[in-house]
Design a protein around this ligand. Structure first.
Ligand code: ZN
Ligand code: ZN
Length: 331
């Protein structure tokens, strides 16, 4: 496990370095992302898809993957992460919004949406040293946005040019999941056509898509399928552990401090792998149906960012004492 952690850490550091180096070029990268996604989709449906086995059976699945990939990329770029100085958002209406399970209980709930077998506690507040706002637990100040973000995960200038937080984290993770699936499919099923494009098969190139564009997307897919799969596994592992990216580092520190004192640090947001995933994707009896993971729909998070689900009987994390919590300045 420690080896896997080391590999994940290395990728994380590389990602951070990339984010820093390319901070100013955010909009350029988003435009590049859109161009590459469109080129990839065109090349796939013109060159690869027609020669796939069971093509008519697979076509709807391929279309669904491309729709999910594009929609979640659009959502993660356009839905703001949620800032501390904004009022809680209400769920939107319209075609793009998933329909929630209608139970008597969730009709009566406003702001905070879960109740069944989950203990929701009001988050403790602390003052931000940078913008002086009173902010709930799990918020952090983003130096690039210069605002306090609810359930701050990280600022991502390369892919989405904004912060990942409470309202767009689900789209961020689903975007990575679909990107990993799409690039894996492209890398595996595009291999014979990549040989054609290189002229190694003596097959004439009879497609409208230029072979250079096809090869460029193919090479990118091979690299991304590896990198994104590792990254998304790391993210999902964090979600299943009830931690954001920032918290996974903080908790490591708390664990060490507690151990030195002969105590044990417990993450009180960790309700067990399954429940943590259900809460993150807001799936379950009080949330949305499971199929919302397969459709390019918007859903609201389980909380307003001012209340958190905690292990029964816990008000805070045992093992870390008052005043010992890391602030944004320590990171
Ligand atoms: Zn702040
Ligand atoms: Zn930010």
């Amino acid at each position: 496990m420690s080896c896997a952690r080391f590999v994940f850490r290395c990728f994380r550091s590389l990602e951070r370095l990339g984010d820093r180096l390319t901070g100013a070029a955010g909009p350029v990268f988003v435009t590049l992302g859109i161009i590459l996604l469109s080129t990839g989709a065109i090349c796939f449906f013109e060159v690869i898809q027609p020669s796939m086995p069971l093509r008519w059976l697979l076509a709807p699945i391929c279309i669904l993957i491309v729709l999910n990939l594009s929609a979640h990329y659009f959502y993660v770029c356009t839905i703001s992460p949620g800032f501390v100085d904004e009022p809680p958002r209400m769920p939107g209406k319209g075609l793009l919004w998933a329909k929630k399970r209608q139970t008597a209980r969730n009709r009566a709930l406003a702001g905070v949406r879960w109740s069944e077998d989950v203990q929701l506690t009001r988050a403790s507040v602390s003052q931000c040293r940078r913008c002086a706002l009173m902010r709930p637990e799990r918020s952090h100040h983003c130096r690039i946005c210069n605002r306090c973000v609810l359930k701050y995960d990280h600022h991502c200038p390369v892919r989405i040019n904004q912060c990942v937080g409470l309202y767009n984290e689900r789209h961020f993770v689903l975007f990575l999941v679909y990107l990993s699936i799409a690039t894996l499919c492209y890398a595996i099923s595009g291999w014979p056509r990549a040989m054609d494009a290189l002229g190694w098969n003596d097959e004439p190139w009879t497609y409208y898509s230029p072979p250079v564009a096809f090869l460029l997307v193919y090479i990118l897919s091979v690299v991304l399928s590896l990198a994104v799969t590792i990254m998304v596994t790391w993210h999902i592992w964090g979600i299943a552990s009830g931690e954001t990216s920032v918290e996974s580092q903080d908790h490591e520190h708390y664990r060490k401090v507690a151990k030195d004192r002969g105590e044990t640090f417990i993450n009180s947001f960790d309700l067990g792998k399954r429940k943590n995933l259900e809460l993150f994707f807001n799936i379950g009896t009080d949330g949305y149906p499971l199929y919302t993971l397969l459709l390019p729909l918007k859903i609201e998070p389980y909380t307003d960012g001012r209340h958190w689900a905690r292990r029964a009987g816990f008000e805070r994390h045992p093992g870390v004492r008052e005043g010992e919590e890391l602030t944004d300045d320590d990171e």
